[in-house]
Design a protein around this ligand. Structure first.
Ligand SMILES: Nc1nc2c(ncn2[C@@H]2O[C@H](COP(=O)(O)OP(=O)(O)O)[C@@H](O)[C@H]2O)c(=O)[nH]1
Ligand SMILES: [Mg+2]
Length: 325
């Protein structure tokens, strides 16, 4: 039997296993509930959860500006519907966007950028704001581009004369650590390998003297697999910092949303998308970001480390969304 207690908007649920506790959270607070803390004592799992609407942004979000303008409400509605159709954004996404868009109908001509920014959190200043106080921890399905992205973040930080400390927990995929090691060797950086370094590396974030950004790569996680789910639960509990989901832009919107929702349960709050060069349809990561309020902090559009990563502002996203050929 699960046990419930409530403090302000947060509810604590205790059960004998993670999956039971998660089920209880979903029943009590809905599918979109957010886990804010996890605790394990005497074989019992306690999850502290709250409804999604109480979520506050972790970092400041970029302002939306003008973008394309349409002569009247009908033309703007048509533009939004065409975009949703072309990029395979589902009904839920389209409905949310149109609902938000309707607030702008009193002023002609009508823009569609503000309403997109209101439903998908774009954070275009993340790269400039990277702090030594919070580790950057990349998680995601196998092959989503985590290791390449981590190396790109490392290269960008080094180019800004920042110091880095890099750890990989990917001792699962054959050659996973070697791949990162070879990228880092080219940057004259050392790679720490294995969970035994995790505690010490995380403690550095709390130290006042720390001048290094901590970067952590992880093994690919198949959210349908119970062992992987257990790993993610324990790992997110141990690091106790928001995680960053890496998703290929070429993933279909339904799968992307389902994967994001599962990661979201385990303190995943940011989203990076990769392989923007391999698709013209961006419904996958946008659907995932909208469904879970994940902040889109960067994207990658080449597999080459030296090409770096990019910030994604909402205006730029609108430009990407418009022409589909
Ligand atoms: N075209 C393209 N390929 C990418 C991009 N990011 C990663 N890749 C490729 O995607 C594959 C998987 O990347 P990897 O970082 O090893 O994925 P991981 O298993 O999540 O660590 C590799 O072949 C990468 O070269 C990108 O932005 N564009
Ligand atoms: Mg990898």
């Amino acid at each position: 039997m699960a046990k419930f207690s409530r403090v302000s908007s947060q509810t604590k649920i205790t059960a004998s296993s993670i999956s039971k506790a998660l089920e209880e959270v979903k029943t009590a607070l809905g599918q979109d509930a957010i886990i804010v803390a996890t605790e394990e004592r005497d074989g019992q799992i306690t999850l502290t959860a709250m409804p999604k609407e109480n979520l506050k942004p972790f970092v400041s979000l970029g302002e939306s500006s003008s973008g394309p303008l349409y002569p009247d409400a009908l033309a703007a509605i048509k533009a939004v519907c065409d975009i949703c159709d072309a990029h395979q954004l589902g009904h839920a996404f389209c409905d949310q966007w149109l609902k938000e868009l309707s607030r702008d109908f009193s002023v002609m001509p009508v823009g569609i950028t503000r309403s997109l920014a209101a439903i998908v959190p774009f954070c275009s200043s993340w790269i400039e704001e990277i702090s030594t106080k919070q580790p950057i921890i990349l998680v995601g399905p196998p092959g989503s581009g985590k290791t390449v992205m981590l190396a790109k973040i490392a290269a960008v930080l080094l180019s800004q004369k920042r110091k880095i400390k890099v750890l990989t927990l990917d001792t699962v995929k054959a050659g996973g650590a070697l791949q990162l090691q070879s990228y880092l060797e080219a940057m004259n950086q050392r790679l720490l390998i294995g969970e035994s370094y995790l505690k010490a590396v995380l403690e550095r974030c709390d130290s006042l003297e720390n001048d290094e950004v901590i970067l952590i790569d992880t093994p690919g996680i198949n959210i349908m697999n119970e062992d992987d789910q257990n790993f993610l639960y324990r790992f997110s509990h141990e690091v106790n910092s928001p995680l960053t989901l890496v998703l290929g832009a070429d993933m279909n919107p339904i799968d992307a949303e389902e994967i994001a929702k599962n990661f979201y349960f385990f303190n995943t709050r940011y989203l990076v998308t990769t392989r923007m060069d391999m698709t013209k349809r961006y419904g996958g990561f946008l659907n995932a970001a909208m469904a879970c309020s994940l902040q889109i902090i960067a994207y990658s559009n080449t597999p080459t480390i030296g090409d770096g990563l990019h910030s994604l502002a909402v205006d730029q996203m609108i430009e990407y969304l418009r022409p589909v050929g």
